[in-house]
Write a protein that binds this ligand. Structure first.
Ligand code: ADP
Ligand code: MG
Length: 707
């Protein structure tokens, strides 16, 4: 990088000490380079002048230009409410311009009957157009001024920053900064060689940066954006693919060459249903990894109810057939117990021993597990985090399955890696559908399998949104369903920050339900995170055995619970849940033959996004579509809790939700480059090295916060 880019931004015309501090504090811009690498998020065509008759509600919050004549000017109001109001017209209509600050300054610059170019964001109230604090300039000056580009970039700003540096001032500052570097030929050293640029049709870096700030045409702008996105995503992919290659080169995976009695006996004698095509395919994919001689590291995505447990179990039998132990780790006690029950039943009579170990295992259960695991007596161990403890010593662990993996942190998972002299094969399963682009970024070093087919005979769940005011109607519906012998979940949100309030909501809800659904006709039970494990377990099994009609719960039941007779899921304050969590909860019903329903209850006032989420839920049952939408609504940074993805990779211009094609291309490019120079050591690859280091902090993949 040239020195000029490292100079403090205060040396740029129009900045100075005060603005330097402001820019640094508000948007992290310290140097000329920082300033020039911050690109507009939107462009306005400044050759386009709108007539007032064209302005409508859809333009609120977008910048437009008008050409108007001043027909009235006056001060209105007193004290802090005093404002300067200017009436303007053009041949098609009229509007009002308003200033609350700097009124004396602006007042001197506005003359009656003169024509101005007005630039700002219109708002419309009762049919009247107004613009608050627009920029204005006399028509003669505005039209005669030579501009760098007819597209004006709009840079993201903050409330504070925008008070000092207007849209136009920012534009000027960037322009001045550009003047400093424009004549220096190597101001930006291009990380991509000429040959590479040719091959992928990319314009030079400097040209791209110039066109991002001052697009010379729409076409140029597109090319510039493409170039910068390519750089960013290539940086990301070089990091990810390097991890993958090094894992492959390390080699050393257990080889499970045999398909033996455990698998065959189960398959031919015990399998309770026909596998779906997707289940079969995934089992084959896993098996191919297990005989490859490399350690498997595979992500299995499958919508709720798609039958991941069976895939896990059958692939575990392959480990057992080859003399290895397998374990499956689930995020909650309830889920672990349920997996244990299912798997112990499936393993009966095929000579496979299954045991359980959780945090609340009693001493006898613990002892059995510890001893059996160490001696090799136990083939499959089912459990929670307790499996990670150092005390758990396997005799020969060969395969680890992690269910609902987003609940575990990386470190927790990594500990399982060390439970044998060489790392076991790993399968992580998730029902939180991660959009493909994001999966590629976050799991570039994992292979991905997808179960994209539900077991036959499932009826799509009908989803409805009710406002709280329609609660009695909802109750009526529940009575109908219960009368048919069905069971109902009622779920309350549990958001960490307001736990106390949330439990209060649940308690109030339980009380009110108890009044409306009185004993002995209706039986209601409660299950939430604050209860003792045995009480939770008791409540769940009561519900499972059909001895309760309604289960009132917090989102603890979100994961994995399987009660086929439950056909209604009521989600309270549904607007407070994220889309993927709503979808997970909905997946608790629709597991039996009956038509199932999901009812989203919400307050009457909804934010735009809250409404969009609920509408999306009513429209589709497809988890992958919902997750794509979630990504669009929330942005990639948000979707994985706090500082994930977008932040782990400092993405400036590329968008994980939409830049799928470039992502896939750069993945191929990265694999190709690394196959010839795995550490980017060749002289010709030094630029790529900086690209990788510039755009990529080490990714932190920690899903413990997703819900
Ligand atoms: P998830 O992928 O959400 O973990 P599960 O593994 O819990 O789903 O499976 C959901 C339900 O579907 C279980 O009751 C399971 O027995 C059943 N199931 C799984 N595979 C099939 C299949 N191929 N045919 C019929 N039912 C199946
Ligand atoms: Mg499951």
């Amino acid at each position: 990088m040239s020195d000029i880019l490292k100079r403090e931004v205060k040396f740029v015309g129009g900045v100075g000490e005060v603005r330097q501090r402001l820019l640094e504090r508000e948007v992290g811009v310290r140097t000329v380079g920082d300033l020039l690498m911050r690109f507009p998020y939107r462009y306005i065509d400044r050759s386009r002048i709108f007539s007032l008759s064209e302005v409508d509600e859809n333009m609120e919050n977008t910048y437009i230009q008008l050409r108007c004549r001043v027909v009235g000017r006056s001060f209105v109001g007193d004290g802090p409410k005093r404002r300067f109001v200017v009436e303007v017209t053009d041949p098609t209509g009229c509007a009002e311009l308003l200033w609350f600050h700097g009124v004396n300054w602006i007042e001197k610059r506005v003359e009656l009957n003169r024509e101005y170019i007005v630039f700002g964001r219109p708002s419309i109230f009762k049919g009247r157009i107004s613009l608050v604090h627009p920029e204005i300039e006399g028509v003669e000056v505005a039209l005669s001024r030579k501009v760098e580009s007819s597209f004006q970039g709009i840079y993201s700003t903050t409330e504070k920053l925008s008070q000092t540096i207007t849209v136009k001032a920012m534009h000027t500052i960037v322009h001045n900064a550009w003047q400093l570097v424009a004549s220096i030929p190597d101001a930006f050293s291009d990380p991509l060689s000429e040959a590479m640029r040719q091959r992928y049709g990319l314009i030079p870096l400097k040209e791209a940066i110039y066109n991002l700030h001052f697009p010379q045409s729409k076409e140029r702008l597109k090319q510039a954006q493409y170039r910068l996105k390519f750089d960013e995503l290539l940086g990301v992919q070089l990091t990810i693919q390097a991890q993958r290659t090094s894992r492959h080169q390390r080699g050393g995976g257990f080889v499970f060459g045999r398909v033996g009695d455990a698998f065959n006996n189960f398959y031919y004698k015990k399998l309770p249903f026909k596998l779906t095509g997707a289940q079969q395919r995934v089992i084959k994919e896993i098996r191919a990894d297990m005989v490859s001689g490399r350690q498997m590291n595979r992500l299995l995505q499958g919508d709720v109810g798609s039958g991941k447990t069976m895939v896990a179990f059958m692939s575990m039998l392959l480990a057992v057939d080859n003399g290895y132990q397998a374990c499956i780790m689930a995020p909650t006690e309830i889920l672990a117990r349920q997996h244990y029950a299912t798997m112990a039943r499936m393993a009966e009579g095929i000579g496979v021993n299954v045991a359980i170990l959780t945090g609340s295992s009693k001493s006898k259960e613990r002892r059995t597990a510890f001893e059996g695991i160490a001696s090799g007596q136990i083939d499959i161990l089912v459990g929670t985090h307790a499996l990670i403890e150092d005390k758990v010593q396997f005799s020969n662990l060969g395969y680890v399955v992690i269910d609902e993996q987003h609940r575990f942190g990386v470190e927790q998972r990594a500990k399982l890696w060390t439970k044998n002299h060489q790392p076991p094969h790993i399968l992580v399963m998730t029902a939180t559908p991660i959009p493909r682009t994001l999966a590629m970024t976050l799991y570039g070093d994992l292979e991905v399998s997808v179960i994209d087919e539900l077991p036959p005979g499932r009826k799509p769940i009908h989803t409805y949104h009710y406002y709280d005011s329609a609660r009695l109607r909802m109750f009526g519906f529940l009575r109908q369903e219960i009368a048919k012998g069905r069971q109902v979940y009622v779920v309350y949100p549990l958001i960490k920050e307001s736990e106390k309030m949330d439990y209060k909501d649940l308690e109030d809800g339980f009380e009110s339900l108890s009044r409306d659904f009185p004993l002995p006709q209706y039986r209601i039970t409660v299950c939430h995170g604050k209860m003792k494990p045995e009480d939770k377990e008791a409540a769940m099994s009561q519900f499972k055995r059909g001895e309760a009609d309604i289960l009132v719960a917090t989102s603890v039941i979100e994961v994995g619970v399987d009660v086929p007779n439950a056909s209604v899921m009521v989600i309270e304050s549904a607007e407070r849940f994220g889309l993927s969590q709503l979808h997970q909860l909905r997946g608790r019903v629709g597991r039996g033959a009956e038509q199932s329903y999901c009812i989203l209850m919400s307050g009457d006032k909804l934010s735009k996004e809250g409404r969009a989420r609920l509408e999306a839920m009513c429209q589709t049952n497809d988890g992958f579509r919902l997750s794509e939408l979630d990504l669009k609504l929330r942005g990639a940074g948000d979707i994985h809790g706090t500082q994930q993805s977008g932040d782990a990779f400092e993405l400036n211009i590329a968008n994980l939700a939409t830049d799928t094609q470039i992502m896939e291309l750069t993945r191929e490019v990265a694999i190709d480059i690394l196959s010839r120079d795995s550490n980017l050591q060749m002289a010709e690859n030094q630029g790529l090295r900086t690209l990788r280091d510039r755009h990529c902090k080490r990714p932190r993949i920690d899903f413990s916060d997703i819900s």
